[in-house]
Ligand binder design. Structure first.
Ligand SMILES: NC(=O)c1ccc[n+]([C@@H]2O[C@H](COP(=O)([O-])OP(=O)(O)OC[C@H]3O[C@@H](n4cnc5c(N)ncnc54)[C@H](O)[C@@H]3O)[C@@H](O)[C@H]2O)c1
Length: 367
């Protein structure tokens, strides 16, 4: 198969969808890999490393998009890329369609085969291609929160760890999944007072066990969320219903009831965000203040630590990329239910139930 790796063009996105080591595995399996020049530069992978791995460097994005049968990307296509969609093209990337009606319409009209990293699901319910970036975003959320709490950024001037004789900050984490757990581990490590809420008792038990009880765990319901959020210095939103828009757990009124200068890091913003006051931001202007609360809502948080993120992402995606390249998309979808669960759009129809429900569109299981 001919596999294309374009340079990411989303603001401040420096990840790339394939490392030179990944390219070597694909070319060793007799696949052809085209990489747009400088695509890996932001992650510290120069063109010559891809050449040494048997890939070909293409000077223009057009060449990569037009010649490839499968495009590997990191982020969802944005407006300048919309016209590159064409029938039968396999687009393998994060898509987050549940919160993106325009993009969905584009992909359907162009009859693209859309495989979305974030909906790949194992039989135990885990999300193998979301997990590495959620781990990065979760860990990063404490750095982002610490920054948001600085007075220069509108924050209340609280140091997460406190100092001897001064109470550490209170961090409230909504969602005890991969991002929430990783945020919790860093928050506990820093010495913050941490409370984690989830609707899944097993997740809460696992987290409590992993932190040796140093994080308080609470069942997520409106009463508990309201009470904890009102006491928080920092709220981290990391809830997910796979394929669907994030549930709005924190209402505008709850935000209004927070301490002035408190901060919200809404990691789940890529699925629409779990706070009513959350609006997507980017790495150049990551925060804004609403109701006296600093909001950090960057949709591609891992993009700011591209080296770590690119390596972690390719570790996870390569086995699936290889299977699709070896078997072709249709056989791979038939053979592997994890790949089938990643299918979001096919032949002009939505092929993922939760995505379709979020958008109010019909859906069809592919034959
Ligand atoms: N902004 C970014 O750059 C970035 C990067 C990576 C991941 N993410 C996003 O982070 C979010 C979390 O991802 P994840 O991999 O940790 O997901 P996950 O499935 O591992 O965890 C989500 C958790 O949310 C819980 N949950 C669902 N509804 C809830 C509710 N009402 N109250 C409390 N908890 C609830 C689930 O039980 C689950 O434990 C996703 O939206 C993902 O797309 C964003």
């Amino acid at each position: 198969m001919i596999i294309g790796v374009p340079k990411e063009i989303k603001t401040a996105e420096r990840r790339v969808a394939l490392t030179p080591a990944g390219a070597r595995s694909l070319t060793a399996a007799s696949h052809t890999v085209f990489v747009e020049t400088t695509a890996g530069e932001g992650s510290g992978f120069e063109d010559d490393l891809y050449l040494a791995a048997g890939a070909e460097i293409r000077p223009e994005a057009d060449q990569v998009w037009n010649e490839a049968e499968m495009i590997l990307k990191v982020k969802e296509p944005i407006a300048p890329e919309f016209d590159r969609m064409r029938p039968g093209l396999i687009l393998f990337t994060y898509l987050h369609l549940a919160a993106a009606a325009d993009l969905t319409a584009r992909l359907l009209a162009a009859r693209v085969v859309g495989l979305a990293y974030e909906t790949f699901q194992r039989s135990d319910g885990s999300l193998p291609l979301l997990a590495p970036m959620s781990a990065v975003a979760g860990r990063l959320s404490l750095q982002a929160g610490a920054y948001a709490l600085e007075t220069n950024n509108g924050g209340r001037g609280v140091l997460l760890s406190g100092v001897p004789g001064v109470r550490p900050a209170k961090v409230v984490i909504l969602g005890a999944g991969v991002a929430g757990l990783n945020a919790c581990l860093v928050a506990v490590g820093i010495g913050a007072r941490v409370c984690v809420l989830d609707i899944n008792q097993d997740r809460l038990e696992a987290l409590s066990h992993l932190t040796s009880g140093r994080a308080v765990t609470l069942m997520s319901n409106e009463v508990n969320v309201e009470e904890e959020v009102s006491r928080a210095d920092l709220v981290i939103g990391s809830v997910l219903i796979p394929g669907a828009r994030a549930p709005k757990l924190v209402s505008r009124e709850m935000v209004g009831g927070m301490k002035p200068g408190a901060a919200i890091v809404d990691i789940s913003i890529d699925q629409g965000g779990c706070c009513e006051t959350s609006c997507a931001t980017n790495h150049f202007e990551p925060t804004y203040v609403e109701q006296g609360v600093v909001h950090y809502c960057v949709t591609n948080m891992p993009g700011v630590v591209p080296r770590t993120s690119t390596l972690a992402l390719t570790n996870a995606t390569l086995p699936y990329v290889m299977e699709v390249a070896d078997k072709g998309c249709h056989r791979a979808i038939e053979d592997n239910p994890e790949i089938a669960s990643g299918l979001n759009v096919l032949e002009g129809e939505v092929a993922h139930e939760a995505v379709a429900r979020s958008l109010g569109l019909p859906w069809r299981t592919p034959n």
